[in-house]
Unconditional design. Structure first.
Length: 90
């Protein structure tokens, strides 16, 4: 083989490797785009589900706190009546 043949072969190999690299990068970009799409979809679904769970939790918490406040007010009123004996001095 001559030097010209070696250089032509080297050029062809470099060209083939460049094309392989471009194909690889394109495939990786496509794969990552697919992963990101799946991630976004899963994230949105998870956010919707947890939003509902948080809303339900806060609703139950508010009801519990309101009930506890009512019980405390009733106990406080009963203690007031017991202490003052219904005289209304307090």
């Amino acid at each position: 083989m001559s030097r010209a043949d070696d250089l032509a072969r080297l050029r062809d190999e470099m060209s083939a490797l460049r094309e392989a690299r471009f194909t690889f990068v394109r495939d990786v970009k496509s794969f990552v785009a697919g992963l990101l799409g799946s991630f976004r979809s899963a994230h949105a679904e998870m956010a919707d589900r947890t939003r509902g769970e948080r809303t339900a939790f806060v609703s139950r918490l508010r009801a519990t706190v309101a009930d506890l406040r009512r019980q405390f007010a009733d106990e406080n009123a009963a203690a007031h009546r017991a202490w003052w004996g219904g005289r209304g001095d307090g």
